[in-house]
Design a protein around this ligand. Structure first.
Ligand code: ADP
Ligand code: MG
Length: 762
């Protein structure tokens, strides 16, 4: 209760140069500026935008990409064909061809204003990295020559020894090099001041060990491709010679005004708000989800789309998401490694374009407590070189059989490798979603829809499935006479499942919004490769069977009865599911350190090694990097919160406390008989919460000071667990007091933009 009282200005304010006063007016003036701002999208001096708007989408799309059409046009026929062979089947490219490609690339790029080229790679930071070199080579008589050789295209030596390697190399040891990935086309990054030819590459050590996220992804594509082709050949699809995973990553993000962003040191340092009381209105009214997109946001989205289209990123969908100020972009699907590159570009472009619009794009999984967090739904399927989606149930009996076999492989993979799948999305920010009070939960399960579930149940029980109303005559016949009809399940959706079948693809919803999709994709490819391998082995082992159809059906039945426990159609948010999952023996790894403890287990190390995805040393190094990243993130959050609470919230609260005390004293001296009981209670509450905040800050400080000693004493896993338990508990305690004070202290003097402003003022 805030009884009406007119506090006297505190001594500092009376002096007329209080920092309190300045910070408070900074916040208020940010609100004023933002509320007066018109659409500033076109006042940013970025002329390209205007040019873009005059172009049709068809003309714009891929205009900055050295894509197939450009290659075909610019390269001699034999060079073009050699390059295609490399792209499609990984055939080695000799230096002569590389020289010809480099020369065409250079010509194309320079014509478009490029002065530099860069090998673009994805180190284990989870971000992208680049080091630019100009084409310039001074000629003998001082004339500038523009040079770019095949050697420079194929291999770079950025050294780049400061990236995390998880122990694979010490900084004084072997250097890293980048190797051209011809499967992902080169592109131009343009700014108003010039352009850079950007060449997607893999990043390895001289010993050939992967130091990045792309190399293992490409290896996992090969593993799953090989096994899938093998299985297809076993069921008579000899015409297929190549299978690759496809993906489309839906990107969720928040947009807030940049004026606010810079007034929140927590957002700047940690990417999320570390304090902030719940606003009176959040997402309770469901009025943001799919709502009309505001003009300012739409201007931002359109420019971001144009930028991405130019780069050949097939952005298809844009909409408002559940939380206020939360949005989503979704692309059309592509080869998974290109999709991974394109998602990295999407995240970069969102942040760039936001800046030009006076906004900040927040990619963190949980920028704001109390409203929905952001994820990245990774839609995933398999495609063969004849253009068939292997997860499309199809129309013919043979296609149904194929579909059921791949479905079986995936169900088995997710059940058998829940730990890895969970570990693949284990990053600090995701702990606020998975296993916290938000979904999807940390329990890995699969949703396949009621109709398909009935088919699975009937296959296991060896009976005909009950016909569902949804079938509507659109039944699918399975290839084996004894197998029942499969009703096509087109509508059923379960938004609470971490891994859902959505008609002709799976949607892995537990992926973190800020995460590179390379990592979860690599894991998913690997575990499904192992499962397909297993099914193929089973079929081969029983090749003597007289009734091949019945034999395959039996393998399907065995697999589904063994691994069907991972299927769940109900509400994944409910407490009942947690209990039920425990009964079924499913893992529930609530936090990142718990999940990471499984990553480099003996079985997983062997699995990665067997499919050539990570060598045992690479697995160990990955595991280290993942722990280190988690520890680093929480450490930064702890320091940022400590500083914010001690130097911003606490002084504000103490000043307000002084104000109240002065006001009460002044009232008593002016009117000794005045009833000031409630005012005194108010002061006591402010004083008591302020005291609690100070104590909580002290505790957090002690832990931050302990960190170095802990680092020396503990193994990485234990150190991560310490941060997860002790440090996070201390941070939660600080936040609780700070948020309580936000509701007690005079709004005029509160320096941090509040949730109602961050989320609703734009
Ligand atoms: P949703 O209900 O999740 O919005 P959509 O049909 O709109 O489903 O598709 C969402 C995403 O799934 C898109 O990014 C799309 O490109 C992707 N997608 C569709 N088909 C496939 C496929 N065969 N492989 C991978 N991703 C796919
Ligand atoms: Mg979706």
């Amino acid at each position: 209760m805030n009884p009406a009282c007119t506090p006297l200005p505190s001594p500092a304010l009376r002096d007329g140069h209080s920092t309190q006063n300045m910070t408070a007016s900074t916040r208020k003036s940010a609100v004023r500026t933002i509320s007066k701002a018109k659409d500033i999208s076109n006042s940013n001096g970025f002329e390209e935008v205007h040019k873009s708007k005059e172009m049709k989408l068809q003309e714009l799309y891929g205009i900055s990409v050295f894509n197939d059409a450009v290659q075909r046009q610019m390269l001699p026929r034999s060079v073009y064909q050699a390059l295609r062979r490399t792209v499609e089947s990984g055939a080695e490219l000799d230096l002569e061809i590389a020289d010809a490609v480099a020369s065409a690339m250079k010509e194309w790029a320079i014509e478009r204003g490029a002065t530099h080229y860069t090998h673009w790679f994805q180190p284990m930071t989870g971000l992208t990295a680049e080091k630019h070199d100009s084409f310039l080579t001074p000629g003998g008589n001082g004339e500038p020559l523009m040079a770019f050789s095949g050697k420079e295209l194929v291999r770079g030596e950025p050294d780049a020894s400061s990236f995390p390697s998880g122990g694979i190399r010490a900084t004084f040891e072997a250097r890293g090099y980048t190797a051209w990935d011809p499967t992902s086309p080169a592109f131009l990054r343009e700014t108003a001041d010039g352009a850079t030819l950007t060449i997607p590459t893999a990043f390895c050590s001289w010993t050939g060990e992967a130091l990045d996220k792309k190399t293992p992804l490409l290896r996992s594509c090969e593993a799953i491709g090989t096994q899938a082709v093998r299985l297809l050949h076993l069921i008579g699809e000899q015409a297929v010679s190549r299978v690759y995973p496809t993906a489309g990553a839906e990107q969720e993000y928040f947009l807030i005004d940049r004026e606010f962003y810079f007034l929140r040191p927590d957002l700047v340092s940690a990417g999320r708000t570390l304090v902030g009381a719940k606003p009176p209105k959040g997402q309770e009214l469901d009025d943001h989800y799919f709502g009309a997109i505001s003009h300012r946001v739409l201007a931002f989205m359109m420019e971001a789309e144009q930028e991405l289209w130019k780069l050949g990123v097939p952005i298809k969908t844009r909409h408002n998401e559940v939380a206020p100020s939360q949005f989503e972009f979704a692309p059309y699907f592509e080869h998974i490694s290109v999709a991974a590159d394109h998602n990295m570009l999407t995240m970069e472009v969102l942040q760039d374009v936001a800046e030009r619009h006076g906004l900040a794009a927040l990619l963190h999984e949980k920028p704001f407590a109390g409203v929905n967090g952001s994820g990245k739904h990774l839609n995933w399927s398999l495609c063969d070189d004849l253009g068939h989606n292997l997860l499309d149930p199809g129309k013919t009996p043979h296609d149904n059989l194929k579909f059921i076999l791949f479905l079986c492989a995936i169900i088995r993979a997710v059940d058998l490798h829940q730990d890895l799948l969970r570990a693949s999305v284990a990053v600090a920010g995701n702990d606020h979603r998975l296993g916290a009070n938000e979904a999807p939960p940390a329990i890995m399960s699969i949703f396949i829809g009621d109709n398909l579930q009935e088919v699975v149940d009937s296959l296991v029980e060896g009976r005909a499935p009950a016909q569902s109303e949804a079938a509507n005559g659109d039944d699918l016949r399975l290839g084996v006479s004894a197998l029942p009809d499969l009703p096509r399940d087109a509508t059923d959706r379960n938004r609470t499942s971490p891994f859902a079948f959505t008609g002709n693809k799976f949607e892995f919803r537990a992926v973190a919004s800020s995460q590179s999709v390379s990592y979860p994709s690599t894991i998913l490819n690997t575990i499904v490769a192992e499962s397909i391998d297993h099914l193929a082995n089973e079929i081969e082992a029983r090749s003597e069977a007289s009734d091949r159809g019945a034999m395959i059906q039996e393998i399907v039945r065995e697999t589904l009865s063994k691994h069907g426990r991972v299927l769940f159609t109900g509400d994944n948010y409910s407490g009942d599911w947690e209990a039920e999952a425990q009964k079924r023996g499913l893992l529930n790894l609530r936090t990142t350190p718990e999940a990471l403890d499984y990553f480099a287990s003996e079985a997983n190390t062997a699995l990665f090694d067997k499919y050539g995805v990570f060598s045992p040393r690479e697995t160990a190094s990955r595991s280290n990097v993942l722990y280190e990243k988690y520890i680093g993130r929480i450490h930064i959050e702890a320091l940022a919160l400590k500083e914010l609470a001690s130097t911003v919230v606490l002084p504000t609260a103490i000043n307000w406390q002084g104000n109240l005390a002065d006001s009460i004293n002044a009232t008593l001296s002016a009117a000794p008989a005045a009833e000031i009981g409630p005012q005194r209670e108010y002061l006591e509450e402010v004083a008591s919460v302020t005291g609690h905040l100070k104590a909580a800050c002290d505790k957090l400080t002690v832990l931050c000071d302990l960190a170095q000693a802990k680092e020396k004493a503990l193994a990485l896993g234990d150190l991560a667990a310490w941060y997860c338990a002790d440090v996070i508990a201390a941070m939660d305690a600080v936040r609780a007091e700070a948020d309580h004070l936000e509701g007690l202290v005079d709004d005029e003097t509160w320096p941090l933009p509040k949730y109602r402003e961050l989320l609703f003022v734009h």
